[in-house]
Design a protein around this ligand. Structure first.
Ligand code: CDP
Ligand code: MG
Length: 136
């Protein structure tokens, strides 16, 4: 079933010049880019995006990271896109993520792990409405 999912190429991906390589993986997999924007977010937007995590002890440094520079937000579409993109991204901690995944190949951190992707149909709907309110 075709799905849409919200993806972020986090500030480390932009700083490190990995945007093209990461997008190439999604495109090579067969996913379509249906919206994409380069932007820098403020703390309230970070809090809204990471609403489920704002009480975590590790949230303040995560917020600092999220607002530390421009990121690329996009919506990807394709068959089972939500789970497919999570699999391409790999495990949260780049040190533990499997080789062949984006995090496994390019990240050595459990915070600066390059990519975000929605984890369910509910979070995809919430996150797409937050980032791309005009997307039909
Ligand atoms: O991104 P993912 O859904 O894989 O992981 P999460 O558990 O929902 O955590 C969201 C993000 O918080 C992660 O991608 C990391 O960037 C960050 N994080 C962190 O800074 N420190 C942790 N101990 C765990 C996660
Ligand atoms: Mg998550």
């Amino acid at each position: 079933m075709s799905e849409r999912t919200l993806v972020l190429l986090k500030p480390d991906a932009v700083r490190r010049g990995l945007v093209g390589q990461i997008l190439a993986r999604f495109e090579a997999k067969g996913l379509s880019i249906v919206a994409m924007e380069h932007r820098t977010i403020d703390a309230p937007m970070a809090d809204a995006h990471y609403a489920e995590h704002v009480e975590q002890p590790w949230y303040p440094p995560l917020r600092e990271f999220a607002v530390s520079g421009p990121l690329v937000a996009l919506v990807l579409e394709g068959d089972e896109a939500i789970s497919v993109v999570r699999a391409l991204n790999g495990a949260t901690d780049g040190r533990a993520a499997a080789p062949g995944t984006i995090r496994g190949d390019f990240s050595l951190s459990n915070r600066e792990n390059l990519v975000h992707a929605s984890d369910s149909t509910e979070s995809a709907a919430r996150e797409m409405a937050l980032w791309f309110p005009d997307l039909g």
